[in-house]
Design a protein around this ligand. Structure first.
Ligand code: IK2
Length: 468
């Protein structure tokens, strides 16, 4: 039933039904993954025999890019520049704070805490966001702590979207926005960022929205617009002018904004992050979503939060209360300790929120140089920790004549043949716009330099073999 023998069989068998990915105490790259097809066939036999159908809202929502490509990466034991997580240690003050929370004298930190967020954490987040939003943010009514930004997003969609509502999604988009819209009964309406100079070297700023095209997507049915800045996968940091244009349309058509700002601290070359909630008239219609996983390089902690005005937050909180209810107390305590420390040094270069992008910028440049060396055209990101690159000039013959987008075929070929994992960029575009991105694949550069160099070596070796 399992692809690898694990010493955690009892836990594994209980999680089999959920298709969970396990990590052993072995190095970061050696994950143990369940054979999900075996799990599903057992489940489907069960379903067939009892004729229970899944809920209609799940139709079209089975499987996703992560499930497919992570499984392939594991199968081929490939170097993983696909999924977005660091392969280096988080700041030790947060990990020490977690140990202290679990083993220290305050044993109650191992028990349930306040459902909408651990008091110490919501206080710290409210203090920070009062500064960032330049307005009082109430810890008890304007902050909701969730199981990752993912749960914040889910609660936003469930809290506001009704059958018949439309949600405008700016592409490329973090892939869960589409199934989350559909699961709430809504209809996603896509509008793409397009490269202004395809086939040449670009920065992420050169991927642009057409304002007229965007406005054409608004209608009486539009309930919300989702924006992700800095953007995954492009690294585009929307400018103040671009955000004002979007905000003005949202005000004109009376539309909510779900602002996914999980990469809010990851900015390069002096770029500034504008929070759409801070633009005139936007606080009252915006839910801002963040992630401790991205902020403190602890993606496995799965801790996020939403900041919003009371009249919006009450719907999102009600949904959270009826599903997850309360997040892990020690994790919240440790994140609170992290915030309290950083709050005291926000403008100092020692602040992790500034130190991390300063550490990542040379990694970004190293990866870009390596990609250029083998003939790819990287799009230099202004933010985030991903980079997309045009591979179309390489002329690789994958031998795959399926009707999948070119980037999917190329990524599968790279994993299979070169043991090197990336993610196809078309996965972040809707069916109708996949062609905009199918010459690009996505690399994650929040990795040790040695990992990035290994990636460069694989690519260079391959390039050499092409010449022979
Ligand atoms: N929003 C965006 C834009 C994200 O990128 C993520 C998670 N990162 O994705 C990993 C990848 O693209 O390889 C989330 C939300 C979810 O964040 P969290 O982990 O806090 O739930």
């Amino acid at each position: 039933m399992f692809k690898a023998v694990t010493s955690i069989a009892p836990a594994a068998s209980s999680c089999c039904r959920r298709g969970v990915l396990f990590r052993s105490s072995a190095p970061l790259t050696s994950f143990y993954q369940l054979n999900t097809s075996a799990c599903f066939s057992t489940t489907s036999q069960l379903m067939a025999s009892t004729e229970f159908k899944g809920a209609k809202r799940l139709e079209g929502n089975y499987g996703n890019v992560w499930v497919e490509y992570i499984a392939l990466t594991m199968k081929h034991n490939a170097l993983n520049l696909g999924q977005g997580f660091p392969d280096f240690a988080p700041p030790d003050y947060v990990t020490k704070a977690l140990v202290e929370a679990v083993t220290g004298p305050n044993v109650l930190l191992n028990q349930y805490t306040r459902g909408y967020g651990h008091p110490r954490l919501v206080n710290a987040i409210a203090k920070l966001f009062s500064k960032l939003h330049d307005r009082p943010v109430d810890p008890m009514t304007n902050v909701l702590v969730t199981a990752g930004a993912y749960e914040s997003l889910f609660c936003c969609f469930q809290g506001f979207i009704n059958p018949g509502d439309e949600v405008i999604i700016i592409e490329p988009f973090f892939d869960c926005y589409e199934p989350m819209t559909r699961a709430a009964g809504g209809t996603p309406v896509f509008v793409p960022l397009r490269p202004s100079k395809p086939g040449s070297l670009m920065t992420s700023a050169e991927w642009k929205l057409d304002p007229a095209e965007l406005e054409s997507k608004f209608s009486r049915k539009t309930k919300a617009l989702v924006i992700n800045t800095p953007n995954n996968p492009l690294g585009k940091v929307f400018t103040r002018e671009e955000l004002e244009m979007i905000a003005n349309l949202c005000k004109k058509y009376n539309v909510l904004v779900f602002a996914d700002e999980v990469y809010e601290w990851l900015l390069y070359d002096g770029h500034k992050h504008t929070r759409i909630a801070t633009l005139p008239g936007m606080w009252d219609r915006t839910l801002t979503i963040s992630s401790a996983g991205k902020t403190f390089s602890v993606t496995g902690w799965k801790l996020g939060w939403t900041v919003a005005p009371d009249h919006l937050m009450k719907h999102v909180s009600a949904f959270h209360q009826n599903c997850v209810y309360t997040c892990a107390t020690p994790i919240q305590e440790a994140a609170a300790v992290g915030f309290e420390l950083e709050l005291g040094r926000l403008d100092s270069p020692d602040c992790y929120f500034l130190e991390l992008p300063a550490m990542l910028q040379p990694k970004r440049d190293l990866l870009a140089a390596q990609l250029q060396e083998v003939g790819m055209l990287p799009v230099t990101p202004d933010g985030g920790y991903f980079m997309v690159a045009d591979f179309s000039h390489l002329g690789v013959e994958t031998g795959d004549d399926s009707d999948e987008p070119k980037d999917c075929k190329f990524v599968k070929w790279l994993i299979r043949e070169k043991k090197f994992a990336t993610i196809p960029t078309s996965a972040f575009y809707s069916k109708e716009h996949k062609s905009v991105a199918e010459n690009y694949i996505r690399f994650c550069f929040i990795k040790e330099d040695s990992t990035l160099r290994r990636a460069g070596d694989i690519l260079k070796e391959w390039k050499r073999s092409l010449k022979q």
